[in-house]
Design a protein around this ligand. Structure first.
Ligand code: SF4
Length: 188
């Protein structure tokens, strides 16, 4: 699922056009709250690695956001290591791959946490409000909300894709990075 190079100044735009809802929610939460809990940082950092953000850019991106709330020294001591670790540059140098839908859907998500799959983990009214807020037509919001309620998370995700791209993806959605690749194939 790895994509070619993506500069970090494109992430705001890409989050609106080519991210699945799980990653769009994480990006927004990070941008507005300048903080994400550990599981959310793992889910989002591995995703941006998969869309072609370099380690140097990922460190810069996280530092810019998180140091709006914490001092740079704390970032360097507490957070930089784990960003590098996920890029396989620390410890055993494991090459961690971005998380797929089954893993994200089966995550445990507590109150005030933003990781996971919104179709599974977000309460239905908040999901509907979020989709309305993105300008999704009411009929599609209802369809996506119903699919989510019935446990058809991947179909809900595919329906969101269809609304944003005016067509279905060529390959079934099973991975957030696959969603991104399908989207860029249409929009790039
Ligand atoms: Fe993300 Fe997969 Fe859920 Fe879509 S179905 S929002 S890609 S976890």
């Amino acid at each position: 699922w790895t994509s070619t190079s993506t500069p970090i100044d494109k992430l705001d735009e890409l989050s609106r056009t080519s991210y699945p809802l799980c990653m769009r929610s994480l990006h927004e939460a990070l941008r507005t709250q300048h903080h994400l809990k550990n599981s959310a940082r793992i889910q989002y950092n591995l995703f941006i690695k998969g869309i072609g953000v370099t380690l140097e850019d990922a460190l810069r991106f996280w530092k810019i956001e998180l140091t709006k709330k914490i001092d740079p020294d704390k970032f360097d001591k507490q957070y930089a290591y784990s960003v590098r670790h996920m890029f396989g540059k620390e410890g055993k140098q494991t090459n961690y791959t971005p998380l797929g839908c089954p893993k994200i859907i089966s995550s445990a998500v507590g109150p005030g946490e933003y990781h996971g799959c919104p179709y599974k983990h977000m309460d239905h009214e908040s999901l509907r409000q979020k989709l309305f807020g993105y300008g999704i037509p009411a009929e599609s919001v209802n369809e996506i909300a119903e699919l989510s309620k019935d446990g058809h998370y991947l179909i809900a995700c595919t329906t969101y894709f269809k609304v944003l791209h005016n067509r279905l993806p060529d390959r079934a959605i099973t991975h957030p990075n696959g969603y991104f690749v399908e989207s860029r194939a249409i929009l790039a």
